[in-house]
Ligand binder design. Structure first.
Ligand code: NDP
Length: 477
């Protein structure tokens, strides 16, 4: 089987590799991908450092054209890249194609942003002197991504980094190297000079750790677990470099008595279970007020009964498999923990057998949950949701905010008063009214508060906060 190699200084290199396994059918190898070493990572950082002076001063039209060409190829190959993504990660084909299109849109957006990096001029407090505030590229950026959005998250980190003149060393999650490799191949062929974008696939504990330990990076942008995020933070402080973390969530979705029931049920089913619940913006706490609680639970269970869990590539599949055996075991352990703590498993939670061997899990819905149970406090990252019964809106808001996380939050209500109050008072970076907690636009800021995020926002023009550094220049003519 062909080995998909690492890209270092414009050359495809590597001899050792790992098999990329399809979670819908563990007999199928999606491809073979290089397993990089700490030495590869060091070479990649050296190449990115050498490429930085020229790239940071390159013309904005050159950068724009490269990103635009990459976007066009992603759009043209959306079906093929979507199928690759669905095969390696397990989300359904429509979800995977949607994510691929999102990646194309991000490159298209940042192609335009190459031409729009603004500065400011102000008069000095000293007469006759001018002050200019400009944004410059940060330097060599290290990018570490998780497995759950194999093309969109790399896109929303790589595109702004390159657009604003940085060079990149990219380490994708070992579980999903296929989409990462395809993206880097596209950008390489789109005309990036050698060393501007380097790909080092391999284990987090080896390649990722080598990135954290290397003093040659100006910044690291990371998405993944809280545990690894803390390592990124500590190492970055040690090396005095900028860092940006997007980590977990325990996102609440409040359902008020006055909610439109079908809207609430659709939003909850989507938030909690689509993409197999493996989204950092997934809602795992459904907080329902007294008068709607029983109707909401009954309707949600009916909805869950209608969902087909099967191979990600089958056209009628609603929910694909869990990503791997480890995550499946975590999900099953949490389902057991919920039972032990006294919550009621109202639906699902069974491991399913399908035509092919895969990690299939029936969505699990718990009721009679209190917000102090582990299933209400800890991120599970699977198709497991907990319904928490509350008296009224005030208690719903208090429970929604009673968490160490703060990424996304939702409310289903027809009341302008409660929707407005919730938007202002919920402690989250993103708020959704009558919409799923997951599913965001690509041109506006993405990120959270409390334990979910650290540093400035990702995506849209706000991404400039991380990927550029500010210079203040004084001139006396
Ligand atoms: P991990 O933190 O395990 O992995 C994230 C990345 O970090 C992977 O590329 C991994 O490599 C790498 N890594 C692991 N150990 C180290 C290390 N010592 N040094 C440097 N890098 C390392 O998270 P998962 O990939 O398992 O992703 C799931 C988690 O990510 C969930 O908790 C989820 O909430 C969170 N997440 C948050 C998002 C957000 O925007 N807030 C979005 C998506 C996910 P490898 O896996 O190859 O070993």
């Amino acid at each position: 089987m062909t080995l998909h190699k690492n890209l270092i200084d414009g050359e495809w290199t590597g001899t050792d590799g790992n098999d990329n396994i399809n979670p819908s059918n563990t007999n199928e190898i999606v491809g073979r991908y290089a397993r990089g070493s700490a030495a590869d990572l060091e070479q990649a950082i050296a190449a990115a450092s050498a490429a930085f002076p020229a790239w940071s001063r390159s013309g904005i039209l050159e950068r724009r054209d490269i990103l635009k060409r990459a976007a066009e190829e992603i759009f043209t190959r959306r079906e093929e890249l979507g199928a690759l993504l669905a095969r390696e990660e397990g989300k359904t084909l429509p979800e995977a194609i949607g994510e691929t299109v999102r990646a194309g849109q991000i490159f298209e957006f940042f192609a335009g942003e190459c031409l729009r990096l603004r500065g400011e001029t102000l008069p000095s407090v000293r007469p006759g002197i001018g002050v200019e505030i400009t944004r410059e590229p940060l330097g060599v950026i290290g990018i570490i991504t998780p497995w759950n959005f194999p093309i969109a998250i790399p896109a929303w980190k790589i595109a702004p980094a390159l657009a604003w003149g940085n060079t990149v060393v990219f380490k994708p999650a070992e579980l999903v190297p296929g989409s990462a490799w395809a993206l880097v191949d596209i950008l390489h062929r789109a005309g990036l000079p050698a060393g501007v974008l380097n790909l080092v696939m391999g284990q987090g504990s080896v390649v990722g750790q080598a990135m954290l330990d290397n003093p040659g990076l100006s910044g690291i942008t990371f998405t993944g677990s809280t545990t690894t995020g803390k390592r990124v933070a500590l190492a970055s402080i040690e090396h005095n470099r900028k860092f940006q973390l997007e980590m977990g969530g325990k996102n609440p979705m409040v359902v008020l008595d006055d909610a439109d029931l079908p809207v609430a049920v659709d939003a909850a089913a989507n938030s909690s279970f689509f993409s197999t619940g493996q989204r950092c913006t997934a809602s795992s706490r459904l907080i329902a007020t007294e008068a709607i609680h029983d109707r909401f639970v009954a309707a949600l269970i009916e909805k869950l009964k209608s969902l087909r869990i099967d191979d990600a590539l089958k056209p009628d599949t609603h929910i694909g498999p869990v990503v791997d055996d480890r995550q499946l075991q975590t999900d099953v352990d949490y389902i057991e923990a919920g039972r032990q703590e006294g919550a009621r498993l109202a639906f699902g939670g069974e491991i399913l057998q399908r035509e092919t061997p895969g990690f299939y899990l029936q969505p699990a819905l718990f009721t009679e949950v209190t917000n102090d149970m582990r299933i209400a406090r800890e991120e599970i990252f699977g198709p497991v949701a907990a319904v928490i019964r509350v008296r009224d809106y005030d208690e719903a808001l208090a429970v929604a905010n009673d968490t160490g996380y703060g990424l996304s939050a939702g409310i289903a209500t027809t009341s302008l008063k409660y929707a407005t109050h919730f938007k202002r008072n919920v402690e989250a970076g993103m708020v959704m009214v009558n919409l799923p907690t997951a599913g965001v636009d690509f041109h506006v800021p993405f990120g959270g508060r409390k334990g979910s995020s650290h540093g400035s926002r990702e995506q849209g023009t706000y991404a400039a906060e991380f990927f550029t550094t500010i210079k203040t220049a004084y001139t006396k003519p």
